[in-house]
Design a protein around this ligand. Structure first.
Ligand code: TYM
Length: 331
């Protein structure tokens, strides 16, 4: 089984990314043939600074390696190093409908706040994401809940391509965790935790020092009740239950049982301590990994050298199926 996922470059990766996605990437290395990339091309769909972008790619790489991605056990690379992603994006556009792209929630969410330019790349973002996955003929895509619509779109694109040009691409499945697929902002628990749409106080960064993590969790917004149990009118407490269950690898029911009769203060303290402990190994390893830029470049070079032949084989088949180049026997 082949697993593929991508993550945007930023040093401000948060607890939602870690629980919803990064944890699954690390586990994916034991479950299959795993491929991960830092999607720097996607990052150009909103305003960016070239020098900062390059640095952010290293930040993200160091976070992922510190979290347990092992370049010996997976293919880990920088998206822009493998040109096939951009070529496939254009080719897939012919089987992507404008209407589908126009219905993407993320486009609407991200286009709204842009003051100067809503770039066409923001609109085509999901096609590049489809190309990322389809280029590797991946079976499974570990992501958080917010990527559901993007995965549905890439499935439609792959199916439409196969119907139109013959069986060429693999239709991937999403893998969304049962617990922690949508971690919410600690201050505004009706919004997902995010460094772009959330609040700074409500967003726990993977690299936040322990005292900051404790402060943010202790200050998290709850309701005026007392019971530690999930309910639609208790979004804050429900979110904390999810977080604790995810970092302890247990179920929300188990957390509710364990904390029956506890007050909110004691519960928040327990969540804070568990999150600090959960993030500690990443923080400990990060600085050393991040300082070694040459080492990170070597990892990226090796990863791209392994990724390229896989993507290039798919592209060969896609090009042949679509009628480019000389007549070629399809393997
Ligand atoms: P990015 O970098 O924004 O997010 C990385 C992963 O984190 C998950 N995530 C969350 N999970 C739980 N709770 C949250 N609050 C939360 N916020 C984010 C996201 O679902 C994601 O899995 N479009 C992708 C990047 C991408 C990609 C791909 C993913 C590009 N190409 C190919 C899969 C396959 C994104 O926005 O990542």
């Amino acid at each position: 089984m082949r697993i593929f996922s991508g993550i945007q470059p930023t040093g401000r990766k948060h607890l939602g990314n870690y629980i919803g996605a990064i944890q699954q990437y690390v586990a994916g290395q034991d479950r299959g043939d795993a491929i991960f990339c830092v999607v720097d091309l996607h990052a150009t769909s909103v305003p960016f600074e070239p020098a900062a972008l390059r640095e952010s790619v290293y930040d993200t790489a160091a976070i992922l390696l510190a979290a347990g991605l092992d370049p010996e056990r997976c293919i880990f690379f920088r998206q822009s190093d493998v040109m096939e992603h951009t070529e496939l994006t254009w080719l897939l556009c012919s089987v992507t409908s404008w209407g589908e792209l126009n219905r993407m929630h993320q486009f609407k969410d991200k286009a709204g706040p842009q003051r100067e330019l809503v770039s066409a790349s923001l609109f085509f973002y999901p096609v590049l994401q489809a190309a990322d996955v389809l280029a590797y003929r991946a079976d499974e895509v570990p992501v958080g809940d917010d990527q559901r619509q993007h995965i549905e779109l890439m499935r439609n694109i792959a199916e439409r391509f196969n119907q139109r040009f013959g069986e060429t691409l693999v239709v991937p499945e999403h893998r969304i965790p049962e617990v922690g697929a949508r971690i919410m902002d600690l201050q505004f628990p009706d919004r997902k935790m995010s460094t772009t749409g959330g609040s700074p106080q409500g967003t726990v960064l993977v690299l936040d020092p322990p005292e900051v993590v404790v402060k943010k969790l202790r200050a998290s917004v709850t309701d005026s009740g007392t019971e530690i149990r999930r309910s639609p009118d208790k979004a804050g407490i429900s979110n904390l239950i999810q977080i604790l269950a995810a970092v302890r690898h247990t179920s929300p029911e188990e957390i509710e049982r364990e904390f029956e009769g506890f007050g909110y203060g004691a519960f928040k303290q327990a969540v804070a301590e568990a999150v600090v402990e959960f993030l500690a190994p990443v923080r400990e390893r990060y600085d050393e990994l991040r300082a070694d830029v040459e080492g990170l470049d070597r990892i990226f070079d090796t990863g791209a050298a392994k990724a390229r032949p896989i993507a290039s084989e798919t592209l060969g088949d896609v090009r042949a199926a679509m009628g480019f180049g000389p007549v070629r026997e399809r393997l």
